[in-house]
Design a protein around this ligand. Structure first.
Ligand SMILES: *Cc1c(COP(=O)(O)O)cnc(C)c1O
Length: 474
């Protein structure tokens, strides 16, 4: 297709399809029901020699691809953490795709850079990041955390590892809780510290990092000649959204001159609400912070907001200037390719701008509060049923529970029954929930943060869960 008329025709048709899809999304099974290899086997082994018509490509999209899609925008999606979206975000993504701008440097699209700086300042103020910090959009929290862990490495090695690599025995240690996201270990491996440098600290009964254990471990490590360089605190762990006690952790880091990175990938969005601002107490003593608007802030994947106290250190860690990237604007402007790992960058600020403006702060707060109130109601469904049990009190909008079959007390059996229960629930196609293990207990997680979830969806989900439990044979 190389004809603007054709493009216009299909673009209109696709927009109609998009609106229909979103309107009727509940008619699709939330979790894709295909078997491994099913989609692969339906796609030809070789690319076509001659161009094919858009009609036939689009038909195949509907016939082959759609059945293999898990519908993240369905209000029945309660798995993992949401990757939620919204109309304003989608509209911005259409424009972003149309501009097709690669926004690595200021000069490659000044508006992208300057809008990014502005919306990150908005976010900074909204969620309570100190005014002197700077923000930059990353693709994911995994990348942002890797960025932080690399900055810590360069800070404490006085930038020598960027020059020479690790020399001699590595004495650096990085700390996080046993409930921390797997991306921290991945980052530690990629950054060259080695997995054995990562020290996992035990948690309290709410699955939050135990600061006394952290302090004792750090003290002990220093005594035996190791060098603590970084602590990762989590606001909203992936398993149960436990909130690590940031203020206490921050004091320990400040006292021992350790980089503190805060991973608030999911729950950071709750900082839009004054009643959750307590979570971020101590941030002024931290060094870096990440949260994902692409999870619970109605902004299409991917969009991860990374904030740092010392942008010069960040830039010094990543800046690299081959001749073909030299510009005359120098330090007057931000060249965000020097603020992280990737050179090429999408124009992600646009969708964030659309979302923040179209919802307004109040609109966002109302939605978040509504999700949290639904979670409280769902928590009570569980708590009021003798055959179900909360595994931990929800801190935000994730309810962790399991089914306790009558007259069975062996935890391995109970775990197995819950695994079967979850499979049954998801097979219905009406909802999609996922699980974790907390303290050895198979835990079903009900996340209530999809953009368009309503009360009826959680009432239906609860009925379905209850019904499925009654049909179990054991
Ligand atoms: C989701 C999540 C991550 C990873 O986020 P990506 O953006 O997918 O890399 C990291 N940490 C926590 C606590 C998370 O919930």
């Amino acid at each position: 297709m190389n004809d603007p008329k054709e493009f216009r025709k299909f673009a209109h048709q696709f927009v109609d399809w998009m609106a229909d899809y979103l309107e009727n999304i509940e008619s699709y099974p939330v979790k894709s029901q295909v078997k491994p290899g099913e989609i692969f086997s339906k796609i030809p082994d070789f690319a076509p020699e001659k161009g094919e018509s858009m009609e036939s490509i689009f038909q195949d999209f509907q016939r082959i691809i759609l059945p293999g899609i898990t519908h993240w925008q369905s209000p029945g999606f309660h798995a993992y953490f949401p990757g939620n979206s919204s109309y304003p975000s989608l509209l911005a993504e259409m424009l972003t795709a149309t501009l097709g701008a690669q926004c690595m440097k200021w000069v490659t699209s000044p508006a992208a850079t300057e809008l990014e700086e502005k919306v990150m300042n908005w976010l900074k103020e909204l969620i309570g990041i100190p005014a002197g910090w700077d923000g930059v959009i990353q693709d994911t929290a995994s990348t942002a955390t890797l960025t932080a862990i690399l900055c810590a490495r360069e800070k404490y090695s006085n930038f020598s590892i960027n020059e020479k690599g690790f020399v001699g025995e590595n004495k650096y240690r990085i700390y996080c809780s046993t409930e921390t996201h797997s991306s921290i270990e991945k980052a530690v491996r990629i950054a060259g510290y080695g997995k054995n440098s990562l020290v996992k600290i035990k948690t309290d009964s709410n699955y939050a990092l135990d600061p006394l254990a952290l302090e004792a471990t750090i003290r002990n490590d220093i005594n035996i000649g190791l060098e603590p360089v970084c602590v990762v605190a989590t606001l909203g762990t992936t398993g149960s959204t436990a909130i690590d006690p940031l203020d206490k952790i921050a004091s320990i880091c400040e006292k021992n001159n350790i980089w503190l990175h805060v991973d608030a990938a999911y729950a950071g969005t709750a900082l839009f609400l004054p009643e959750y601002k307590w979570m971020i107490n101590g941030i002024n003593k931290a060094d870096s912070f990440v949260f994902n608007p692409h999870k619970w802030l109605f902004t299409n994947f991917d969009c991860s907001a990374y904030f740092v106290k010392d942008k010069e250190l960040l830039i010094r860690t990543f800046e690299i200037l081959p001749e073909y990237l030299k510009t005359s604007t120098g330090k007057k402007v931000n060249d965000y390719c020097d603020w992280g790992i990737q050179l090429g960058r999408r124009f992600r600020a646009l969708k964030l701008w659309f979302v923040l403006r179209n919802f307004g702060v109040e609109g966002i707060q109302n939605k978040l509060r509504f999700h949290i109130s639904l979670s409280k109601e769902f928590r009570n469904f569980i708590d009021n049923d003798k055959e179900f049990e909360l595994i931990t009190e929800p801190s935000v909008n994730v309810v962790c529970f399991h089914f306790i079959p009558p007259e069975i007390s062996d935890i391995e059996k109970i775990n197995l029954i819950n695994e079967t229960l979850l499979e049954e629930i998801n097979k219905s196609g009406e909802v999609f929930l996922s699980h974790t293990k907390l303290n050895g207990v198979y835990t079903i997680r009900m996340v209530i943060g999809q953009t368009n979830v309503e009360r009826k969806h959680i009432v239906n989900a609860w009925e379905l869960i209850k019904k499925s439990s009654l049909l179990l044979k054991f």
